[in-house]
Write a protein that binds this ligand. Sequence first.
Ligand code: HEM
Ligand code: HEM
Length: 170
Amino acid sequence: MPDKSHRYSASMIVIHWLTALLVLGAWFTAEGGRKVAENPPLLHFSLGLAVLALMLPRLVLRVAGRTPEADTQGWLAAAAKAGHAVLYLFLIALPITGWYTASRMGVSVSFFGLQLPALTEPVQGRPGLIAELHENAGTIILILAGLHALMAIWHQFVLRDGTLRRMSLR
Ligand code: HEM
Ligand code: HEM
């Protein structure tokens, strides 16, 4: 079993699980097409922007070196690192492309009531490629997170290396 030094810090653990809940919440509150302009999904915007807001402390904590040593070595550790990097990329790109899409549709974006500036000029007609990327990436991240969860469960119950405890407070 990993001892305390093989665990993520309490703040990283809280941010990890909060982010997972927010991503799920953003997915369930997502709307596409005309409905967005007529009745903007403000909860979707806020939950998604909260994911972005949490990336700042998360990256600072990570760069500050508060990450436990990997329990595995070699290709498995490298694959986990690459997988985590892809998840990080999605966690940043998704909210920004969503914000950009809303601005392009001429829909104003707020974060739990706080009005935010538009990222681009509005256009008539379809919002374009970034919007499509956002919609697809919104579902792809759930698939990636599902695979990531399966890997964590495999580590825990097949390799029995206590991986889940690395992301648990107790
Ligand atoms: C949307 C959902 C999720 C996202 C975006 C996500 C993202 C991430 C990321 C980026 C890391 C790497 C952290 C770092 O090194 O800085 C991580 C680690 C981890 N995640 Fe998730 N995660 C999600 C859901 C889950 C679920 C459902 C489980 C468990 C069933 C889980 C278990 C873990 C564990 C155990 C680690 C630590 C891995 C290690 O370094 O040994 N995650 N997660
Ligand atoms: C983790 C964060 C996010 C996830 C998982 C996510 C997911 C999704 C998904 C799956 C869709 C497609 C819905 C459908 O086709 O019915 C969508 C659409 C949309 N999202 Fe997000 N989103 C996130 C963050 C955001 C943010 C922060 C904003 C704005 C500030 C935003 C704005 C939009 C807009 C405007 C659409 C409609 C696009 C269109 O109709 O072309 N999203 N989102």
